[in-house]
Design a protein around this ligand. Structure first.
Ligand code: NAD
Length: 316
């Protein structure tokens, strides 16, 4: 199966590399406005295939995206040091006006997986553009808080001394400063987290939780400060989402998609856990959040809704 990646910078190239390491897909096409970069990344990643999986990685133009099952969109400007994801919005909205119509011309039936930040708003925008082309907006999903959820599970796993595979916990809402940690639903090996911690004598009281939240919330800022960009975590997350779709795995992932209402906020795109498989999102289910988490989710969805309205006001 063919996967397209638009934008072969740090995130796009790392996603392609992760797919080759994991054996996701049969062919990967890298498209970038910087053709030399796309060619160089494709060649470099192809040379890793003999050590992992026989996937044909090559650079190409939009016409080579025909018959792709999934197209990952990572093109756009990156967050500058100290810049919030929302500040990126205007710069990346104009990039999407160029690339989404070109994708739809050659691969109208592909599932678009948006990663470009601010990812919630860019996903909302892409779904709207797809709708304007009379194609189903449900074909558009965003990576949402898949990465934040992975960061949460990794830190929680380290704290309680358990493989993060056995940690269940969701970060939902905006992929950004207002994201919400669903602590009330966190579990270790099926045991509610509080019970597990009590039994194992692990301190996960207020300050310990706050520390984990801060580390997850500030992760992108800290990594960008240290090395200029984040890409291993998100590249792996993208590879995992694409795998769930190509192999129709029915995996629960905190991706984002346009929602008619989230916690009282209408027409918004934020991350929630969804069942993901061959057709993209198969179904969604309500989370039994506590009152505090529900009101934090409302606030987070309102942040994204406001940014969508600001963008609309600028355009009109
Ligand atoms: P990068 O600068 O390394 O790569 C971006 C690539 O996009 C470049 O190669 C550039 O040439 C290409 N590009 C720009 N305009 C284009 C166009 N019109 N058509 C085709 N290609 C175009 O940046 P990066 O580190 O790879 O980050 C990419 C995006 O991913 C950023 O918006 C970043 O904020 C986002 N990101 C999202 C998450 C997440 O969890 N959603 C995590 C990390 C990064």
């Amino acid at each position: 199966m063919k996967v397209g990646i638009i934008g072969s910078g740090m995130v796009g190239a790392t996603a392609a590399y992760a797919m080759v390491m994991r054996g996701v897909g049969r062919e990967i096409v890298l498209v970038d406005v910087n053709k030399e970069r796309a060619q160089a990344e494709a060649d470099d990643i192809l040379h890793a295939a003999p050590f992992a999986h026989a996937i044909n990685v090559h650079a190409g133009d939009y016409n080579e995206l025909a018959d792709s099952k999934v197209i990952v969109v990572t093109a756009g400007a990156n967050q500058r040091t100290g810049e919030t994801r929302l500040q990126l919005l205007g710069r990346n909205a104009s990039v999407f006006k160029q690339i989404i119509p070109s994708i739809l011309e050659y691969a109208p039936n592909a599932i678009l997986l948006i990663t470009t930040n601010p990812v919630d708003i860019m996903t909302h925008l892409a779904a709207r553009m797809v709708g304007e082309h009379k194609l189903p907006p449900r074909n558009v999903i965003g990576s949402g808080t898949t990465l934040d959820t992975a960061r949460f599970r990794a830190l929680l796993g380290r704290k309680v001394g358990v493989d993060p595979y056995h940690i269940h916990g969701y970060v939902i809402g905006e992929h950004g400063d207002s994201e919400v940690f669903a602590w009330s639903l966190a579990a270790v090996g099926g045991i509610p987290m509080e019970e597990f911690c009590k039994h194992q004598n692990v301190d996960l009281c207020g300050p310990a939780r706050e520390e984990i939240e801060q580390k997850v919330r500030r992760a992108a800022y800290a990594i960008i400060e240290g090395k200029g960009a984040t890409y291993y975590g998100i590249g792996s997350a993208l590879s995992r989402i694409v795998e769930a779709i190509l192999k129709d795995q029915r995996t629960i992932l905190t991706i984002c998609k346009p929602e008619s209402e989230v916690a009282g906020v209408k027409d918004v795109t934020v991350a929630l856990p969804h069942l993901v498989g061959g057709q993209g999102v198969i179904s969604s289910f309500p989370l039994p959040l506590n009152d505090r988490e529900q009101s934090l989710l409302h606030a987070s969805a309102a942040v994204v809704r406001k940014a969508i309205e600001q963008l609309d006001a600028e355009v009109s």
